[in-house]
Design a protein around this ligand. Structure first.
Ligand SMILES: [Zn+2]
Length: 117
């Protein structure tokens, strides 16, 4: 601590200068009682792509897969919806496989009749 009057380094903890005996009012920081406010949690960017992908994956697997992939890459960059985007991708793939077998099965069942008659 330096004395504001004589600029010596002999200021004691009792707030007076050993050199010039000037009483010194210690200047406290602006906030005498430091408030330890927890900063608001960093709000994660909402990930609409993951939500859209999740919904679309049930009805339009191809779009669900695309949106899910976009949502997943956004989630990797710190956005929310990591689980949702992964679910969208998985549901899309499963849905596409189901559709594929459904169409193949449909064609196998009905194509012969189309060619017979
Ligand atoms: Zn002094």
């Amino acid at each position: 601590m330096k004395c504001p009057k004589c600029n010596c380094d002999t200021l004691s903890e009792d707030l007076y200068c050993h050199n010039c005996h000037t009483k010194f009012v210690r200047s406290y920081p602006a906030q005498p009682y430091p408030t330890y406010q927890t900063p608001p949690p960093a709000k994660k960017a909402s990930n609409g792509m993951a939500i859209a992908g999740f919904i679309l994956s049930f009805f339009f697997p191809l779009f669900g897969l695309i949106f899910g992939c976009i949502g997943n890459s956004r989630a990797n960059n710190g956005a929310s919806g990591k689980g949702l985007s992964v679910a969208a991708i998985i549901i899309s793939i499963v849905s596409m496989i189901c559709n594929f077998f459904f169409i193949v099965g449909f064609l196998k069942a009905f194509l012969p009749y189309l060619f017979l008659y």
